[in-house]
Ligand binder design. Structure first.
Ligand SMILES: *[C@@H]1O[C@H](CO)[C@@H](O)[C@H](O)[C@H]1NC(C)=O
Ligand SMILES: *[C@@H]1O[C@H](CO)[C@@H](O)[C@H](O)[C@H]1NC(C)=O
Length: 235
């Protein structure tokens, strides 16, 4: 088996290829993507979807398909679990894991009810919940509502709890994720963004709750490539 090493010029390396070579591919792990939905017919994702567990909290059904031009959830899903060896787009970091699409974000505001349903959804099967969303940037202090705060405690992983991965926020130096009650929750692992030069991305928020950083796109640096770029290139 040949693994083509991509982005070998980026340092420090996330050592994804080394993890694969050590036998880790996400097999047996279920990741929910709480976002704008997932294009469930995407040929780079469709084999890695948990069809029985999707949820759409905007249309209130089990089909999380996003409307035209709401592609963030599909991009996030691709980074996590895009299929390998299909000559299509990218390979997800955990290409052996399975995805649950939870469509929470759209053109209207979320509520404590919809957020709590997203956080608690499929808690008995979900291992990791990916959340690249949060309170409005530049807003000041903002905490989850009472239902959402309680939903974080529901369980997952046989009572050990779902691992909620949270974005630090996009407010840059004009905001501070200390004031973000989702990012600073004891139930979330908050991640901030750096560019390919190892510097904070222009929108990165910095605060003690940010436990780690990962690579992300940045203006004038490089953007990330994910499962929707073929569409994007087409215009
Ligand atoms: C979906 O359910 C939420 C409450 O959970 C409600 O506020 C919303 O209006 C419903 N949307 C539709 C399209 O029925
Ligand atoms: C992931 O690893 C497991 C365990 O080694 C293996 O059985 C499975 O085929 C791998 N998944 C893929 C998609 O290669």
């Amino acid at each position: 088996m040949i693994i083509k090493i991509q982005n070998g010029d980026i340092s420090p390396s996330m050592k994804v290829v080394e993890a694969w070579q050590s036998g880790y591919n996400g097999s047996g792990i279920i990741v929910s993507v709480v976002d704008q939905g997932i294009e469930t017919d995407h040929s780079d994702l469709d084999a890695n979807l948990r069809w029985d567990c999707h949820l759409d909290l905007i249309d209130n059904d089990s089909n999380p398909y996003p409307p035209f031009n709401f592609r963030h959830g599909t991009q996030v899903a691709g980074f996590i679990a895009a299929e390998r060896d299909n000559n299509n787009c990218i390979v997800g970091v955990a290409y052996g894991s399975k995805l649950i699409g939870i469509r929470l974000l759209g053109s209207s505001y979320t509520t404590d009810i919809t957020e709590s349903l997203a956080i608690a959804h499929a808690y008995n099967v979900t291992d990791i919940s990916s959340n690249s969303w949060g309170p409005p940037d530049f807003y000041g202090y903002f905490a989850p509502g009472p239902l959402t705060a309680e939903a974080f405690e529901f369980g997952g992983r046989g009572g050990k709890g779902i691992i909620y991965i949270w974005a630090a926020g996009n407010g840059g130096t004009s905001d501070n994720c200390n004031a973000d009650g989702y990012a600073n929750s004891i139930y979330t692992v908050t991640i901030s963004s750096i560019n390919n030069k190892g510097q904070p991305a222009w929108y990165s928020e910095v605060c003690p709750p940010a436990l780690a950083v990962t690579y992300s796109g940045d203006t004038n640096q490089r953007y990330m490539v994910s499962s929707v770029n073929i569409y994007k290139l087409k215009g």
